[in-house]
Ligand binder design. Structure first.
Ligand SMILES: [Zn+2]
Length: 143
């Protein structure tokens, strides 16, 4: 197996952990980084796992869904009321869990099918690392 990786840096978006007993319960932002590791058994004709020039669909997805967004846990009891009253102030993105861990797992579920479709199942996403800042990160590796 061969791998390569691509990092998307300085993606500003907000989140909160509504169950947290500290400041993580408040809506706050980071400039996130997302590193995708791509894996294959056979390279393409150029010897690449993926051609980095052919990944614009991933950058576009990030720009459309995460850039300047506010992420909410789907179980957040405040998000419906907040978005009903102030929805025009938010580009909301709702997922099971907005933690680094939850986001890494969620993004694997988003990106892996896209990459498989784009490469006719030659390439898969073997790892997603999410950094919320220079100190804190989480990685999802599917079983
Ligand atoms: Zn945070």
């Amino acid at each position: 197996m061969l791998t390569c990786s691509k990092t998307y840096r300085d993606i500003p978006f907000a989140h909160r952990q509504h169950r947290h007993d500290g400041h993580c319960a408040l809506i706050h932002g980071h400039n996130w980084a997302i590193t995708l590791t791509f894996a294959c058994r056979e390279t393409d004709a150029n010897g690449f796992v993926v051609d980095f020039g052919d990944l614009k669909y991933l950058k576009t997805w990030i720009a459309q869904n995460l850039d300047h967004a506010c992420l909410f846990n789907e179980s957040d009891p405040e998000s419906d009321a907040l978005l009903a009253q102030f929805g025009q102030l938010f580009k909301a993105y709702i997922l099971p869990n907005t933690s680094c861990e939850g986001l890494a797992k969620h993004l694997h579920g988003v990106f892996n099918p896209m990459v498989r479709a784009q490469t006719e199942d030659r390439v898969w996403v073997s790892q997603v690392e999410v950094e919320e800042d220079s100190k804190n990160s989480a990685t999802y590796l599917p079983d």
